[in-house]
Design a protein. Structure first.
Length: 157
């Protein structure tokens, strides 16, 4: 490794270190840690909801199902119990994330609306005509000129 390459690598390390300091100083690492802790707790809650509440209701409806999800099979031997549990976990988590995002974005939109509600209203500029509209206007002008030209020729006769 040449001295120039070594110096170049030092530069990359300095940039990486300063970027890492910026991330930590912004508090993103703290938020990431909180997110991981909450995510772990939420995973336990969702698993309990799916396996202990919803799957128990399904077991009571599905006749002949015993309590162990691993033993649930279809008539041809396909094990479906664990898959249903995982699918239910996925659906519950997806619905929760969707509802959370809807609430967050609704609050953000309400805040933005209230912030800009009393701003003066300005007229939007008229949109520029499309290529087709420009061509149509030009054709109408040409048609009108042709009609006027024919009218003057007929008057001369």
């Amino acid at each position: 490794m040449t001295k120039k390459e070594l110096e170049h690598k030092k530069h990359y390390f300095r940039n990486a270190a300063s970027d890492a300091r910026k991330v930590v100083s912004k508090g993103n690492m703290f938020m990431l840690a909180i997110g991981i802790i909450i995510g772990t707790a939420f995973s336990a809650v969702v698993s309990s909801l799916a396996n202990d509440v919803i799957m128990e209701a399904i077991k009571s409806i599905w006749k002949g199902a015993d309590g162990d999800l691993e033993k649930w099979t279809l008539s041809n031997g396909v094990k479906i119990g664990k898959f249903l549990g995982a699918l239910l976990n996925f659906v519950v988590v997806s619905l929760f994330i969707f509802a959370t995002l809807m609430i967050i974005y609704s609050i953000k939109n309400i805040h933005d609306y209230r912030k800009h509600k009393n701003d003066p209203i300005t007229e939007e500029p008229a949109p520029e005509p499309t290529h087709e509209e420009l061509m149509l206007a030009e054709l109408k002008k040409m048609n009108q000129l042709l009609a006027e030209n024919q009218a003057t020729k007929q008057k001369e006769k």
